[in-house]
Ligand binder design. Structure first.
Ligand SMILES: [Zn+2]
Ligand SMILES: [Zn+2]
Ligand SMILES: [Zn+2]
Length: 137
């Protein structure tokens, strides 16, 4: 069984052609993928199907949203420690202003967030670094 099929099976998802192809795109890519890039590699595809696939992958802990400060939603592959309903992707994301790539900096230690005054509940924290990636320097 190939990797994408194995991931789908491990998450109890049926192996539809769209799911496999989307997953293959993520497995082949070292950076986050934008919605438009995924769409482009499909040619003709029902958008709703694609959105639903991405949503399913997100809720299963397979991919996460890579917030990079641009208005383009991007997604990246999760590490093994992510599980259904429990993402561990509190790493920084690097956005290259030259090639527009967004990269997960998951090797960096997770920055700590200072305690907020009482009454605040943090639901999400995003660290975005932007600049020039090694390939563009
Ligand atoms: Zn995750
Ligand atoms: Zn770059
Ligand atoms: Zn990431």
């Amino acid at each position: 069984m190939d990797k994408s099929a194995a991931i789908l099976e491990a998450n109890g998802l049926s192996k539809t052609a769209v799911r496999k192809k989307v997953l293959d795109l993520f497995l082949e890519s070292n950076n986050a993928l934008s919605l438009s890039a995924i769409e482009a590699s499909f040619g003709k595809l029902n958008r709703i199907t694609l959105y639903r696939t991405l949503k399913t992958f997100q809720s299963k802990g397979i991919i996460h949203k890579a917030i990079d400060g641009t208005n383009h939603p991007k997604f990246a592959m999760c590490k093994a420690q992510c599980e259904e309903g429990d993402h561990q992707d509190n790493h920084a994301h690097f956005h290259c202003t030259t090639c527009e790539k967004t990269i997960c900096l998951d090797d960096l230690p997770t920055p700590s967030i200072p305690n907020l005054s009482e009454g605040y509940v943090i639901q999400e924290a995003n660290l975005i670094l932007s600049g020039i990636c090694p390939e563009c320097r």
